[in-house]
Structures are given as C-alpha cells and as structure tokens.
Design a protein around this ligand. Structure first.
Ligand code: NAD
Length: 218
C-alpha cells in the first residue's frame, strides 16, 4: 500500500502527539514538523495540520502556500483578523478550521440551536472546564456555542487539573431547567476528527470548510 504523508505544526504538543500516533496507525507518515523547537523537513507534506498557538499562524499560512497543500487547523484563540486570513487562504488551498473536532460537540451545537429556538424567554449560560495548562479563555468551543445562540450569554471558564474538555449549556425557565453537557474524556477523539478532515480535505481543490462540512456535507 502506498503511504500517504502529512506535516504537523505543534508536533511536540499534547494534541500533536495524539494526532501523530493515530495517523501513523492509519498508514500516514509525518514528513514535516514545526514547533517552538524549530523545523524538521524530510519531505513535502500532502496535508498540513496545525494544533499549536495563534502565534504560529503566519508560519502555518506560509508553509501551506509554500508546499501548496491543504491546511487543517484546530488551534484555538485565533483573532478575527487571523480567521479572515484563513478565509483568504481558502481561495488558494483547501482549509478545514474548527475549534472542536469531536462529533459530540457538533451534536451539542445542533441541540443548542433547537432549544434556543424554542425556549426564547429562558435564561441561558455556558460553562466550560479545561486543564490548568490551557492558554485561551474562554475556550474556542464555548465561543462556537455562543455563536449558535446568537445572544450575549455569559460564559464561565474553570481551569481544573487535567480535565480534557467539558462544555455545558444551561437553559432555565421559572420552575424547570435543562442542561446539556459534552465531556471529552480523551484527546484521541479530536485526533479521530482530524483523520476524517484529512481524508475530506484531500478531495477538495480549495475552499474554507468547517468540521460540520466534514461530517455532514455530501
Ligand atoms: P500544547 O501546549 O501541549 O502544545 C502546543 C504546541 O504548539 C507545542 O508543540 C509547541 O511547541 C507549539 N507552539 C507553541 N507556540 C508556538 C509558536 N509560536 N510557533 C510554533 N509552535 C508553537 O497544547 P495542546 O493541548 O496540544 O493544544 C494545542 C492547540 O490545540 C491549542 O490551541 C488548543 O486549544 C487546541 N485544541 C484544539 C482542539 C480542537 O478540537 N480544535 C482540541 C484540543 C486542543
């Protein structure tokens, strides 16, 4: 079987290691690595994956153009200007950008939209819990939930121990309440989403896509 390959930005990080392990199990070779310790080039990657920090975005965009390859980006805390930059890059190569690569969060977003449409006079709050090392606050996923609600709702951010990621949306009326919660118990779940995106993006010439497109577009 011919091996496929990929490049990884944030290769030495928690997510970088998880993605690398899963893709290697699926017959992909890591041929390019970039992180705070520098660059390692073995070959031109067919697809680039960035799970690092917003500070690395300029480099990621530059590498994607240099290698003329698609970019899958899960880095959170991007500014509006950086998201616009990625949209622009999508005119030249294919991009999948998402602050969350788990299937469960896509389901939580759908449920949130439904409840928001029906419970118009209920109070709504978002809560997110992550490990103590997380740099951005609130989480990118909490911002995705807020975006679906399309309202100025409060987000509470807790930083506790080694929690991989937990998001809850609270809906409360007078006399009853409802809460939906998603818990990521392993980073492997995000890596599995990235693998789906890697397979999706290689069939696209260019364009800006989300993980929702990866899961649900025909
Ligand atoms: P980590 O701290 O363990 O790893 C960060 C990596 O980025 C390291 O390899 C580090 O060397 C590299 N890095 C940091 N600054 C850099 C810079 N200026 N230039 C180049 N490389 C740089 O973090 P992590 O837990 O692996 O998370 C990485 C990113 O992925 C974060 O933004 C996190 O929020 C995000 N994340 C996204 C999802 C998702 O589904 N979209 C899931 C989990 C984490």
């Amino acid at each position: 079987m011919i091996k496929k390959n990929f490049g990884l930005i944030g290769a030495s990080g928690k997510m970088g290691k998880e993605i690398s392990a899963l893709l290697t199990e699926h017959n992909y070779d890591c041929v390019f690595r970039y992180d705070l310790s520098g660059e390692e080039f073995d070959n031109t990657p067919q697809v680039l994956i960035d799970f690092s920090l917003p500070e690395a975005l300029e480099k990621s965009v530059g590498y994607s153009l240099k290698f003329n390859c698609p970019l899958i980006i899960g880095t959170t805390g991007l500014s509006n200007e950086q998201l616009i930059q990625l949209n622009q890059l999508g005119k030249k190569v294919a991009i999948v950008q998402s602050y969350n690569f788990s299937i469960g969060i896509q389901m939580l977003l759908k449920c949130t939209e439904l409840l928001n449409n029906h419970l118009t006079d209920w109070d709504i709050e978002i809560e997110e819990i992550h490990h103590r090392f997380k740099k951005d606050k609130p989480s990118g996923t909490a911002l995705m939930i807020k975006n679906v609600l399309n309202k100025d709702v409060n987000i509470s951010s807790l930083r506790l121990g080694n929690v991989v990621g937990e998001h809850s949306v609270y809906f409360s009326g007078l006399g009853e309440s409802l809460r939906i919660t998603h818990q990521a118990t392993s980073r492997r779940t995000f890596a599995e989403g990235v693998l789906k995106a890697v397979e999706f993006v290689q069939k696209k010439g260019n364009g800006f896509f989300t993980f929702h497109d990866v899961l649900f577009s025909k």
